[in-house]
Write a protein that binds this ligand. Structure first.
Ligand code: NAD
Ligand code: IPM
Ligand code: MN
Length: 360
């Protein structure tokens, strides 16, 4: 299997290094062979080539079976022209590969229930939800956009815009995911205010006719943000637009213990998928061996599960083995700083990788 690996910036390099060790171990244990092609994106690519997404990176990604990403961005590049910021690289590769569906599962490892910020009686009800975030539309990509002078003052604007085919295809992903889980789908929008959300709701209702077994509900995004901390057990699959999904998935991550735990899969209709932790490059802890590599390691599990082809065979068992190794590592009490608890074995990024490897 050919994997295009993009370490990126900040803690990206540290966490991806641990993920690559996990892939080596999978080869040793299962015989699955990986051809790794490293590529540049984000700040690292700007420094080396002047562009956050060199053409060669897109070519390498398109030629691979899957893409594994660490994270991009950092203060060094924050003052650049927005057109060449590191984040543009990430948005560009999502668009170039047509990765419109971002799956962000947030489930609480029982071993981490004490790292959770919610009340024990709420945690006891369990947290196991999936955010299906639309990834190539909405305010992230809408035009017109910019900052310009109008009537003597600066005005900034972005356009949250969705065509119905974009809503229909992500709604389908949400319904299909719900069919494989407990058949409940909550569509999150702001249809009481935004026209774009009114269309979103109409199209979701149209798609719902093909899924009579799925119990569909609608929720305004402000209420959803509140309900996620009040009682996350009420959610199974949440489907929502790009910006709402970005915000709600960070919130969903921390109710399961830490943003350092959450993996994601970005999928399209045909091109290779991109797999990455939902967190960023964490400049505040970069280069200190403090980052939690588990979200990236769990992203490798998602990569194997979602990128299985005839050529590779079903890599579900490899994915299961990685997830089991992570669970066992948590059971043994290993914790990075973001999930630290009294009496735990506090470790750094590399030592957390060692523990997962030993369990694998
Ligand atoms: P962030 O997710 O990088 O960090 C938020 C907080 O969470 C920080 O305190 C950080 O230390 C902590 N954290 C994040 N990941 C962690 C991990 N694995 N282990 C332990 N702690 C972790 O968000 P931010 O600070 O808002 O953004 C920093 C940079 O990352 C910005 O340039 C932003 O644009 C970029 N970013 C990139 C991605 C991506 O590449 N997918 C995602 C989000 C943010
Ligand atoms: C994420 C990030 C990105 C986003 C940024 C860095 C472009 O926050 O992957 O969640 O907003 O999608
Ligand atoms: Mn985000």
């Amino acid at each position: 299997m050919k994997i295009c690996v993009i370490p990126g910036d900040g803690i990206g390099k540290e966490i991806v290094a641990q993920a690559l060790r996990v892939l080596d171990k999978v080869t040793e244990k299962f015989g699955t062979r990986f051809e790794i092609e490293e590529a540049l994106m984000g700040g690292a690519a700007i420094d080396a080539t002047g562009s956050p997404l060199p053409e060669q990176t897109v070519a390498l990604a398109l030629a691979a079976d899957a893409v594994l990403l660490g994270a991009v961005g950092g203060p060094k590049w924050d003052t650049l022209d927005p057109a060449i910021r590191p984040e543009r690289g990430l948005l560009g590769i999502r668009k170039a590969l047509g990765l419109f569906a971002n799956l962000r599962p947030a489930s609480l490892f029982q071993e981490l229930k004490h790292a959770c910020y919610l009340r024990p009686d709420i945690v006891a009800k369990g947290i196991d939800l999936l955010v299906v975030r639309e990834l190539t539309g909405g305010a992230y990509f809408g035009t017109p956009k910019g900052v310009e002078v109008r009537d003597g003052e600066r005005v900034g604007f972005n356009n949250m815009i969705y065509a119905e085919h974009e809503i229909r295809r992500i709604a389908k992903v949400g319904f299909e995911a719900a069919m494989k889980r407990s058949k409940r789908l909550c569509s999150v929008d702001k249809a009481n205010v935004l026209d774009v959300s009114r269309l979103w709701r109409e199209v979701v209702l149209e798609v719902a006719r093909d899924y009579p077994d799925v119990e569909l509900s609608h929720m305004y995004v402000d209420n959803a943000a509140m309900q996620l901390v009040r009682d996350p057990s009420q959610f199974d699959v949440i489907v929502t637009e790009n910006l709402f999904g970005d915000i709600l998935s960070d919130e969903a991550s921390v109710i399961t213990g830490s943003i350092g735990m959450l993996p994601s899969a970005s999928l399209g209709e045909k091109n290779p998928g991109l797999f990455e932790p939902i967190h960023g490059s964490a400049p505040d802890i970069a280069g200190q061996d403090k980052a939690n590599p588990l979200a990236t390691i769990l992203s490798v599990a998602m990569l194997l599960r979602y990128s299985s082809t005839e050529k590779t065979g079903d890599m579900g068992p490899q994915a299961d083995a990685i997830e089991q190794a992570v669970r066992k590592t948590l059971q043994q009490g290993y914790r990075t700083g973001d999930i630290r608890e009294d009496g735990c074995k506090l470790v750094g990024c590399q030592a957390m990788g060692d523990a997962v490897l030993a369990n694998l």
